[in-house]
Design a protein around this ligand. Structure first.
Ligand SMILES: NC(=O)c1ccc[n+]([C@@H]2O[C@H](COP(=O)([O-])OP(=O)(O)OC[C@H]3O[C@@H](n4cnc5c(N)ncnc54)[C@H](O)[C@@H]3O)[C@@H](O)[C@H]2O)c1
Length: 330
């Protein structure tokens, strides 16, 4: 296969970001764009030479055209039937995180894709950050006790974000990237306890009527190897600034600061070393996925569906702990 024929289901914000990478690849061809808002699919068609077909119903699209791969970029509450149709047609797919809001559903999707031997990828682009590869090397053999981390900021503009039933809340929709990063760096978690608060965001004043997600939370994850990570999540901090999102890692002989998608700083007896991230790791994410489909070899995909399931389980367990007030064993 010289060119990978692709289709998109969902042509919103993140899909546009993937498309902005793919248009710079010469091994991609566009067969179809589907969005329930027709102008969005039409916009993607125009951006890619005007030959692709546009659809408002993914079922019609997948009955009419036969792509080699599909990007599934719909809001978190829209998963399920879409994946089962794609899997039924035997098409490899890249799906955005969070892959579902119900763990059992995500597990069924995973099993169905595996039963068909399909290549899958999940949108954890931070898995491809060079500064994280470097950090993995740096911490190899080091003792780590404590980790702290944060994703603190404001409320994203998409309508579905502000409701638990459509986004799963900020831990599940957004901070899942850092929760996944802790698995990538420290291995599998054993237990999580989380607590959350509300009452700072005024939905009317903030222009988010119907808002019901938590304003802030703190989650303590105990990893199987004994590392304890405390991760903060908040969406009410819209002014002030100056506080770094990312991770702080504490070793007896070094401290490591990961600035979200932007830098890593190591401090140890030899001094301080800072490395800045120069790349959009999504470019690598998309290249790796397209190449996997082209070659039939998924080996370079760093976040296949099966692995991403464990990150989904972790963030959904954080929500469960917030609701029950009890720790969740994983
Ligand atoms: N990896 C990342 O860094 C990252 C960043 C942003 C968003 N995301 C994730 O990507 C997903 C989409 O987010 P977004 O910001 O692009 O949202 P969005 O609202 O901008 O886009 C989603 C699109 O899906 C369309 N859609 C909904 N149901 C559909 C259906 N049944 N068939 C076809 N189209 C349908 C909507 O009309 C919309 O255009 C979310 O899960 C989000 O968490 C990931």
């Amino acid at each position: 296969m010289d060119k990978v024929k692709i289709a998109f289901i969902g042509c919103g914000g993140i899909a546009g970001w993937h498309l902005s990478h793919l248009v710079n690849q010469d091994d991609v061809e566009y067969l179809g764009f589907c969005d329930i808002i027709p102008e969005r699919a039409e916009n993607f068609k125009q951006r890619t030479g005007g030959t692709a077909k546009t659809y408002t119903d993914y079922r019609v699209m997948l009955d009419e055209i036969t792509p080699d791969a599909v990007y599934i970029c719909v809001p978190p509450h829209c998963h399920g039937e879409i994946e089962f149709k794609v899997i039924d047609k035997g098409i490899p797919f890249l799906v955005e995180k969070p892959m579902a809001l119900d763990y059992k559903l995500a597990e069924k999707i995973c099993e169905a894709a595996e039963a068909k031997g399909l290549i899958t990828a999940v949108g954890f682009q931070d898995r491809y950050l060079g500064i994280i590869d470097k950090t993995k090397e740096y911490i190899k053999g080091k003792k780590i006790g404590l980790v702290t981390g944060a994703w603190v900021g404001g409320i994203p503009g998409v309508w579905w974000w502000r409701k638990m039933e459509t986004s799963g809340g900020q831990i599940v929709e957004q901070n899942i990237h850092i929760f996944d990063m802790t698995r990538n760096l420290f291995g599998e978690p054993a237990r999580i306890y989380a607590s959350a608060g509300k009452g700072i965001v005024d939905p009317e004043a903030a222009g988010v009527p119907g808002y019901d997600v938590d304003d802030y939370s703190s989650a303590v994850i105990t990893f199987k190897n004994g590392i304890i990570a405390t991760l903060y999540t908040a969406d009410y901090v819209v002014a002030g600034g100056g506080m770094q999102n990312g991770l702080n890692i504490y070793c007896p002989d070094a401290t490591i600061e990961y600035g979200l998608r932007s830098f890593v700083k190591y401090r140890d007896a030899s001094g301080e070393e800072v490395t800045h991230n120069e790349f959009d790791s999504g470019i690598t994410e998309d290249k790796v996925f397209i190449n996997a489909v082209k070659t039939g070899d998924p080996g370079a995909i760093r976040s296949p569906y099966r692995d991403a399931l464990s990150s989904l389980k972790l963030v959904l367990a954080a929500n469960e702990s917030i609701t029950t007030g009890k720790p969740v064993e994983l």
